[in-house]
Structures are given as structure tokens and as C-alpha cells.
Write a protein that binds this ligand. Structure first.
Ligand code: NAP
Ligand code: F7E
Length: 337
């Protein structure tokens, strides 16, 4: 029988890839979108282009994670088999500027969803987008047993959601799982996260429409994977008989500096000539190093990453170069979905 899924945060990087994955598996997919004064569905337009038309199995609903009524109504009306809570104020640096809002949307909203499931009595499986940011300053490698020490309002909010998910599993027997995902990137990554900021700038510099790239802390170390592979892991978690919590990562670590270097190398430019640093991109508290140990996911889910660091950098730079060329040629036309 055809399964039904509800995804919050459908318009984000992961949401758009998860929509593609679930549609390819024959799901009826319902997603949330927020009211915005301008088009905010560009990532889903890419899904539509790949399909040649707006995907038949996809419905979008206006909702907001800060609005309990919108969330409760959706869960009750759709009665989904699976719920993926990907919606969040997901930018770590921004969470220092809007901490209460982040606590509400990235933290408390998880309880809104879990309560909506209880109130409607729907028999559903729940995925919570937990994050390696919860580990914060605890030294790598990090796995499911590593203690949390978050370093930002975002990290604190994710810890709240993580434990709420486990609490509802234990208290009410919900099939509720946490994916503790390490950084994952793609050409659909938001333009203000460091990898995309770099690859977009490199492409624009190579195409002669930008002069320099200005960054913050170049010493931070991250474990960067490829987003489409990570949404596959989310789906795998909800297909297990028992709910559980899993680290999803590559185990490979690189500094921001190494990412910059590799990106400029792709277009045969010297990174040091074009890169500057400015303290305005530094955070009040930094997470120095995140490197994930995904052996549990490998063992229990049969999940492993396949895209290498260099492969990821090349793909993102190449896609951004193409995007700049499309922009120059006026090929970027926006539509409503
Ligand atoms: P993203 O691109 O920033 O997408 C976030 C999504 O949440 C967007 O669709 C956004 O809508 C939506 N959203 C924001 N505020 C909302 C609100 N008040 N109500 C409803 N929806 C709201 O993030 P992502 O990279 O796809 O990540 C997906 C999830 O995984 C997030 O929860 C993130 O915190 C978590 N995570 C990400 C990573 C990573 O490396 N990417 C790693 C670990 C965990 P708009 O499009 O309208 O802004
Ligand atoms: O920063 C440094 C910055 O913003 C990575 C989110 O998806 O992954 C993401 O959070 C590193 C940090 O990602 C700039 O200080 C230097 O050390 O790309 P980012 P993040 O903070 O790791 C986790 C797992 C999530 O869950 C989050 O939702 O890069 N950095 N210069 C910079 N970062 C940014 N954004 N901009 C700079 O100019």
C-alpha cells in the first residue's frame, strides 16, 4: 500500500532531497512551507525540473512550527505513516542573534509535533533531525555514547528536541528516532553556510563577477558529507522495527581552510590571493572539531557514505559555476509551486 509522509522544512536542503527520495519510493508526500513575501520554493523547483513537471505525489501546506494549530491540524488531517521533523532555524551563528526564536522553533516545536501525534492518536513513525552540534566542545570522535556539551542556542535547542524525542518514545511507546547528523552539504545548501558560501564565491570569482571571499574562523574542523546520502539514512531509520538513535557521518575530517584550498584548486586559482578573514563571521563560542563515528549506522542500518571530500567540493564548485553561467544567460526563471 502507498505510504504517506509529512515533512516539516520541505523547502530546505534536506527537505527537497527527502521529497525526491520518498516520491521515488512511491510515497504520497505532504510538506510544509512558510508564508514569505517572495518565492521560497526554489529547491523544490529543482525537483519539479528533474521530473519535468510539478510532482504528482507532492502537496505543500502553509504551516509554521511556532504555530501549534497549523501543526496539529496537519497531523490530524493527513494521518501520515511517517513524520520527518526537518524544520528549524538551522543557522548556528544566527542562533546567537535570535536565541528565543531558535529555542522555540528548533526546540519547543518538537514537543508541538509530538503532542500533535498523541492528540490525534495517529499511528505514525517520527524522525527528529538531531545534530552533531549537540556534541559542541566534547572532543572527537563522537558517537551515540558521547556526552553533549552544546556551544550555541541552536545546539541547546537541538539537545532539548533530542531528549524530547527519546522521552516520548519511552513514555508513550512512540516509534521515534533521532538521526544525529554531522554536516552535510550539496549545491542546494543555504548560501550562508560555509561550504556553499565558499563554492559560490569561487564560482563567481572564476566567472569574473566577484573579487574576494571573506570568512571567519578557518581553523574549524568539520566532517562534511553529501546531503542526498544523509536523507537516505533518515528513511532507513524509520524502516527499522525498533526506534533508535544513530550518528550519520563520514569519519573524515577537514578544516575550513582545506575546503577553501580545494575549492579554488578546482578552478585553478590561488586561494590565498582571494581569501580574507573578518572577525564579524566568528561566533561568541566556537565548535572546534566534529568528526563522527558512524559504525552503529553501518552495522544496524547498513548505511555508509560514498561521496569523498574532494568529490563533494568538486561537485559543489562545478554546480555553482554552472549556476553563475545560467544567471549570466538569464536562464534562472522563478515560478510558484
Ligand atoms: P535548512 O536548509 O536551513 O532548512 C530548514 C527548513 O526549516 C526550511 O524549509 C525552512 O523554511 C524551515 N523552517 C525554518 N523555520 C521554520 C518555522 N518557523 N516553521 C516551519 N518551518 C521552518 O536546513 P537543512 O540543512 O535542510 O537541515 C534540515 C534539518 O536538519 C534542520 O533541522 C537542521 O537543523 C538539521 N541538521 C542539519 C545538518 C546539516 O548539516 N545540513 C546537520 C544536522 C542537523 P524556509 O525555507 O522558509 O526558510
Ligand atoms: O559553519 C566556520 C564556522 O555555518 C561551519 C548547520 O547545518 O552543521 C551546520 O552548522 C564552520 C564553523 O555550519 C565562516 O565558524 C568560518 O566552525 O557552515 P557552518 P555549522 O555551524 O557547523 C550542523 C551539523 C548543523 O546542525 C547546523 O544546522 O565554518 N566558518 N567562516 C564560517 N561559517 C559560516 N557560516 N560563515 C563563514 O563566513
Amino acid at each position: 500500500m502507498m505510504k504517506t509522509a509529512l515533512i516539516t522544512g520541505t523547502t530546505g536542503q534536506d527537505g527537497s532531497y527527502l521529497v525526491e527520495l520518498l516520491l521515488s519510493k512511491g510515497y504520497e508526500v505532504h510538506g510544509t512551507k512558510r508564508r514569505s513575501s517572495s518565492f521560497n520554493t526554489s529547491r523544490l523547483e529543482e525537483v519539479a525540473r528533474a521530473e519535468g513537471h510539478r510532482p504528482d505525489g507532492l502537496s505543500l501546506h502553509y504551516a509554521d512550527l511556532s504555530d501549534a494549530s497549523s501543526i496539529t491540524n496537519l497531523v490530524r488531517d493527513i494521518q501520515p505513516d511517517e513524520i520527518y521533523n526537518l524544520g528549524a532555524q538551522s543557522h548556528v551563528a544566527v542562533s546567537f542573534d535570535i536565541p528565543e526564536y531558535t529555542a522555540d522553533v528548533t526546540g519547543a516545536a518538537t514537543i508541538r509535533l509530538l503532542e500533535a501525534i498523541r492528540a490525534s492518536g495517529v499511528d505514525t513513525r517520527f524522525y527528529q533531525a538531531s545534530s552533531s552540534e549537540m556534541f559542541g566542545s566534547t572532543p572527537p570522535p563522537q558517537n551515540e555514547a558521547t556526552p553533549f556539551h552544546p556551544r550555541s542556542p541552536y545546539g541547546c535547542a537541538k539537545v532539548f528536541s533530542y531528549w524530547s524525542t527519546i522521552n516520548y518514545r519511552e513514555a508513550y511507546g512512540l516509534h521515534a528516532s533521532n538521526g544525529i547528523l554531522f554536516n552535510h552539504e550539496s549545491s542546494r545548501r543555504g548560501e550562508t553556510f560555509v561550504t556553499r558560501k565558499i563554492t559560490r564565491a569561487v564560482a563567481r570569482i572564476a566567472e569574473g563577477v566577484q573579487n574576494k571571499l571573506v570568512l571567519g574562523n578557518l581553523d574549524a574542523v568539520r566532517d562534511w558529507g553529501y546531503a542526498p546520502e544523509y536523507v537516505e539514512a533518515m528513511w532507513m531509520m524509520l524502516q527499522q522495527d525498533q526506534p533508535d538513535d544513530y550518528v550519520i557521518a563520514t569519519g573524515e575530517a577537514h578544516s575550513v581552510r582545506e575546503f577553501v584550498q580545494a575549492a579554488f584548486e578546482r578552478v585553478n586559482l590561488d586561494w590565498e590571493r582571494y581569501t580574507e578573514t573578518d572577525s564579524r563571521y566568528e561566533r561568541p563560542a566556537e565548535v572546534d572539531a566534529l568528526i563522527g563515528d558512524y559504525s552503529k549506522a553501518k552495522r544496524q542500518l547498513g548505511w555508509s557514505p560514498t561521496t569523498t571530500f574532494t568529490g563533494l567540493v568538486h561537485r559543489m564548485v562545478d554546480d555553482d559555476v554552472q549556476a553563475v553561467r545560467d544567471e549570466k544567460a538569464g536562464r534562472n526563471v522563478r515560478v510558484e509551486l
